[in-house]
Design a protein around this ligand. Structure first.
Ligand code: SF4
Length: 218
């Protein structure tokens, strides 16, 4: 169990799953560099978050930018959209009649990825909602800007375990204030921090070697 002052940003999970070093540069060292991907993503999220806080459409309540947190995971953040569908097996929602099932929806630019990065972030949101509302959330959706479609995500035990493991590792690195070393991968090409991270520098044997080579004009 974590205290509120220990909570880390839930949205950091996507950075952490993409690259641990990227997460540490942003969330431990507070470095940031806007590029097309991050700016575009922010605009899309702003559009989701700018609308009315919640609305009711028939038996469905739609809530935007709902604040969520989990003392078990030590994470806090926002859900882009949470839908509450009238369901006799669901939970009571303050201010509304009846019971409702709970479904988080996370908006992403681009198209569905092969990695579990987006699914892990969605699962973390669901786990926060479960802790806050004392409910079970078996699935959620990822909505992609390019395809303009929702993709259903089964929030199974394996995915939940990935969330727990990532949250634990994030807290451990944060506590030690440790930024992992560069591990070059295909992710580096699409990384918004590649100019800060300087993966080509770390490709050399050491920083000292690099500087020596630079001085020799190699
Ligand atoms: S450039 Fe590569 S190693 Fe560096 S933060 Fe980005 S993904 Fe991670």
């Amino acid at each position: 169990m974590y205290n509120e002052d220990e909570y880390l940003m839930l949205s950091g999970l996507q950075h952490f799953m993409f690259c641990r070093r990227q997460w540490a540069l942003i969330h431990i060292e507070q470095q940031w560099e806007d590029n097309y991907r991050t700016v575009d993503g922010q605009i899309m999220h702003r559009n989701v978050h700018d609308e009315t806080f919640h609305e009711k459409r028939g038996d469905v309540i739609i809530t935007r930018a709902m604040a969520v947190s989990s003392s078990e995971l030590g994470l806090s953040g926002e859900c882009d959209v949470v839908e509450f569908h009238k369901d006799s097996k669901g939970v009571e929602i303050f201010g509304f009649d009846g019971n409702y099932s709970v479904t988080p929806i996370e908006y992403k630019r681009g198209s569905p990825k092969e990695t579990l990065t987006d699914a892990v972030q969605l699962a973390a949101q669901a786990m926060c909602l479960e802790e806050m509302l004392c409910c079970n959330i078996p699935f959620g959706y990822l909505f992609y800007g390019e395809t303009r479609r929702r993709r259903i995500i089964d929030l199974d035990a394996e995915l939940r375990q990935q969330v727990k493991k990532a949250a634990e590792e994030m807290h451990e690195l944060y506590r030690r204030s440790y930024t992992p070393k560069v591990r070059r991968s295909r992710s580096c090409n699409a990384c918004s921090l590649k100019n800060i991270c300087l993966p080509s520098l770390y490709n050399n044997k050491s920083a000292e070697d690099y500087v020596r080579k630079m001085l020799r004009g190699e």
